[in-house]
Design a protein around this ligand. Structure first.
Ligand code: FAD
Length: 397
C-alpha cells in the first residue's frame, strides 16, 4: 500500500475526487496531476491497493508471492493509430514501466500454436508486460506525476452515496464519512448501474438519485446505455506450487500462457492457464474460468476443498502428456478469486457521454466503446481522452 495513505476525517474537501483505483483512474490521475499542480485531489478505492481488475494478490498466508489474479498483461491494437494512446504507451516504455511481452503462448487443443490465439481479443496487436507486478504498475503510474505528494489515497473505502448541490459533490462512504469536491470522476460504473442496488442494498442507482431524470440529457443517455450493459463473471484459481515445482523443459521467461480451444475449455472448464515465475524462483499458476455452469456450481456448492481437488485433477489430466508442464501433487496451496464482473459485455457506452460540464462529473473505464472495450486498452484510452476533455473544459472557465 502506498505511503501517503490518509486516514479519513469527516470534513475532507477537494478540487477533484476520483472514485476507484483501477488502471483507468491511475492514468487519469497521473495526467491530471501533470497539468494541475496546485489542485487538491483524492482517490477512493474499496480494495487494499491500486490496480482493480489488473491488480496483484499478496497475502499473509502465502508470503512472498505476487500473483496477478486479474489481467496478467495487456494488449494494444490501436488499429486507428490513435496518437494519445500511442504516445502514452511509448511514455510507459521509456519510463521502463512496461516491456514487450515475448512470453510463450501455447494453444492447447490443436497443432497450430499461435494462429488460433491471435483471434482472441486478449492477444491481438502488441502485448505488454508490467516491469513489476500489475498492481505496482498502477502505483508507478500515479507516483510518476505525484512528485509533490498532491494526491490523497483512501483505501478500504466504499462510496455508497452521491449528492450534488450548487457547490459541488458530497460523497458518502460506507463508514459514514463525507467527502466534498468541486468535480468528480467515476472510473467504475458500479454507482451508475443497476447491479449497485443488490451490491449496496439500496433502492435507487446512486447517480440517478443525485441527478434526477430530465436534468441532463447526456446523463440520461449514459444511464440508458449502462442499463443494457452486462458483465462476464470469472473465477481465478491461484496455485502456490511447492518449493521444487518446475517446468520439465528449461523455459526461463517470467510468463507462459496456455490457451484452451473451445472443446478443451468445455471439458476442463479452464479458459487460460498462466504460469508466473516469482522473484524467489517459485512458479505460480493462475487458472481463469468463465464457464457459467462451473461458476454457478462453485457459488451454490460453497465447498472450496471440493473445487480445489477438482482443479488439481483437471490440471493433471489436461497436462498429462505435456512436454513442458509437470503434474501437481495436490498438496500445493490454492486460493480462489471470484470476479462478479470481470469484463463488461454487450452494450458499450459512447465516448461522447464521458463528461457532464453541467454536473461537473466525468467517467472513464473499460466500459466505453472502442476496440479496447472490456480490456486495459479501453481503460487507458478512455482515461486519456477524458483528461483532454477535462483540460479543455477547465481552460475555458
Ligand atoms: C480475470 C480477469 C482477466 C482479465 N484479462 C485481461 C487481459 O488479459 N487483457 C486485458 O486487456 N484485460 C483483461 N481483463 C480486463 C481488465 O482487467 C480491465 O479491463 C481493466 O483492468 C479495467 O480497469 P478499470 O480501471 O477500467 O476498472 P477497474 O479495474 O474495475 O477499476 C475500478 C475500481 O473501482 C473500485 N470501486 C468500484 N466501486 C467503488 C466504490 N463505490 N467506491 C470505491 N471504489 C470502488 C473497484 O474496487 C476497482 O478497483 C481481465 C479482467 C479480469 C477480472
Amino acid at each position: 500500500m502506498p505511503d501517503n495513505l490518509k486516514i479519513m476525517k469527516s470534513d475532507f474537501s477537494y478540487d477533484l475526487l476520483i472514485i476507484g483505483g483501477g488502471i483507468s483512474a491511475c492514468v487519469f490521475a497521473s495526467k491530471y496531476l501533470q497539468n494541475n499542480i496546485s489542485k487538491k485531489i483524492a482517490l477512493i478505492e474499496i480494495g487494499r491497493g491500486l490496480g482493480g481488475r489488473s491488480s496483484t494478490r499478496t497475502s499473509k498466508r502465502f508470503k512472498g508471492w505476487k500473483l496477478n489474479h486479474g489481467a496478467p498483461n495487456f494488449n494494444i491494437s490501436n488499429s486507428k493509430d490513435n496518437l494519445l494512446l500511442k504516445n502514452y504507451i511509448n511514455e510507459l516504455l521509456v519510463n521502463k514501466f512496461i516491456k514487450i511481452d515475448d512470453s510463450e503462448l501455447i494453444s492447447l487443443g490443436d497443432e497450430k500454436k499461435l494462429e488460433s490465439i491471435k483471434k482472441s481479443n486478449f492477444y491481438c496487436g502488441d502485448s505488454y508486460l508490467s516491469s513489476f507486478s500489475m498492481g505496482e504498475l498502477s502505483q508507478k503510474i500515479i507516483e510518476l506525476s505525484n512528485l509533490r505528494d498532491k494526491i490523497d489515497l483512501f483505501f478500504g473505502t466504499l462510496i455508497v452515496d452521491l449528492k450534488f448541490n450548487n457547490n459541488g459533490w458530497i460523497l458518502t462512504s460506507n463508514k459514514g464519512d463525507e467527502l466534498r469536491s468541486k468535480y468528480i470522476i467515476c472510473s467504475t460504473n458500479l454507482l451508475l448501474h443497476k447491479r449497485s442496488l443488490k451490491i449496496l442494498n439500496i433502492n435507487q442507482i446512486p447517480l440517478r438519485k443525485a441527478i434526477p431524470k430530465n436534468k441532463d440529457k447526456n446523463i440520461d443517455l449514459l444511464l440508458n446505455f449502462l442499463d443494457k450493459q452486462s458483465f462476464i463473471p470469472r473465477l481465478t484459481f491461484l496455485i502456490y506450487t511447492n518449493e521444487k515445482y518446475r517446468y520439465k523443459d528449461f523455459y526461463s521467461k517470467k510468463y507462459r500462457y496456455f490457451y484452451l480451444n473451445k472443446s478443451l475449455e468445455d471439458k476442463y472448464k479452464f479458459e487460460r492457464v498462466i504460469f508466473q515465475l516469482q522473484e524467489n524462483n517459485k512458479l505460480g499458476i493462475v487458472i481463469h474460468t468463465k464457464n457459467k455452469d462451473f461458476i454457478n456450481s462453485y457459488i451454490n456448492r460453497r465447498d472450496e476443498e471440493f473445487f480445489k481437488q477438482l482443479i488439481f485433477a483437471n490440471f493433471n489430466e489436461l497436462f498429462s502428456n505435456n512436454n513442458s508442464v509437470n503434474q501437481l501433487t495436490c498438496n500445493e496451496g490454492i486460493s480462489i478469486m471470484k470476479w462478479r464482473a470481470s469484463q463488461p459485455s454487450g452494450c458499450a457506452v459512447p465516448l461522447s457521454l464521458q463528461l457532464s460540464k453541467k454536473y461537473r462529473i466525468g467517467f472513464c473505464g473499460d466500459w466505453f466503446e472502442g476496440e479496447g472495450f472490456g480490456r486495459i486498452e479501453g481503460s487507458i484510452l478512455s482515461a486519456l481522452i477524458l483528461e483532454e476533455k477535462f483540460k479543455n473544459h477547465l481552460n475555458k472557465i
